[in-house]
Design a protein around this ligand. Sequence first.
Ligand code: 4AD
Ligand code: MG
Length: 431
Amino acid sequence: MQNTEIVQIGRCVGEEVRIGGWVYNTRSSGKIFFLIVRDGTGLMQCIVEKSSVPQEVFECAGRLTQESSLEITGIVREDKRAPGGYELSVTGITVIQIADKYPITPKEHGMPFLMDHRHLWLRSSRQHSILRIRAGLVRYIREFFDNRGFVCCDTPIFTPNACEGTTTLFETDYFGDRAFLTQSGQLYNEATAAAFRKVYCFGPTFRAEKSKTRRHLIEFWMVEPEVAFADLDDIMQLAEDFTVEIVGRTLESYRDLLVDVLERDVSMLERIQPPFPRISYDEAAERLKSKGVDFEYGGDFGGNDETVLSEEFDRPFFVHRFPSAIKAFYMEPDPGNPDLSLSVDMLAPEGYGEIIGGGQRIHDRELLERRLDEHGLPRKAFGWYLDLRRYGTFPHAGFGLGVERMLAYICGISHVRETIPFPRLLNRLSP
Ligand code: 4AD
Ligand code: MG
């Protein structure tokens, strides 16, 4: 008899197979048990009929509790009414464990309870779908860059210097020295871009942000491309092409999960087509003012400002040329107005806000040194970074995409905590 996965069951119609899995649900009508078994690849209805199995198999089915683990054997039948289109006429059951009373039941549980049981909650169909889509999204992200000749260069997690401001650094002891968990791989990307021209890094990043919003994680995954001899316009174009492709491929592959399980209005995703609107920070500030929002020119957009701005658009859009004063030290000034920077954010509609941040980098060494001083950053720790402006400096630009924010937007879920297997939040380090 062959072992099979539920996702492959269509190849085994009429055959007797063995499936290892967990009991998702049970229901009985006296003479028949309907077991829904999940094996991680899918759900399968398994029918245990009193009249056609040995007495002990039928009794065994009656003892199964939610999430009991077992190996079940049976004949595969096609059945249009069954979930997935197939069912199993059970011939035997080997119990591995009768599970203790499972804490997560079909009734409503509060979010803190579910988050405390995240290690189990992952088995539920909604969470399972979100994380399956995440795995696909990550694959499409990598393929986008790999197929365009970008070289994947991993960047370190322990770093000696800040990248995105000193207020959100996680400090750790590094054999008596001070180290920080990385906020972004960008500075290292700038070095690898000089070696390989087009590069990207993809890994976890850390922000000690005391924000409890639905958009903030303490630990999140960021993909960051960096391109030598690219400017702000080039990088906006890249971000647009990238977004159109990764959302399009995710929608193509996971439409069923998005529609049936997550109840996403996929017409919102179908609209994600080029060109994306591009507005300047000044224009965005004007728009907020004209809508009666109490926004002070010169400041950064808050969550509400982003939501109001995005109401006018049916697809992601760019806001470019933010004031230098509110952006990171490395942003190239706008030649037309040195108080502005060649920076860009891509914002998603439906209240999702910023999902990409990036821009063109300063390549003049003296200006970069001045900026380090202005930001109170020690030149010594940035010695290697300044070297990039000493040995063949070059114009370059790049961006970072937060995977969890993009996934929340694609899946239409309101909080990023459900988009990563084990979220790290302000008040949560467990499980
Ligand atoms: O805008 P950020 O801070 O940009 C950078 O780190 C640049 N160094 C990237 C680059 O140019 N290479 O972060 C980029 C993106 C944001 O747009 C957002 O999607 C995500 O990272 N992000 C977060 N996601 C979840 N939780 C947080 N606390 C996040 N902070 C940023
Ligand atoms: Mg940003």
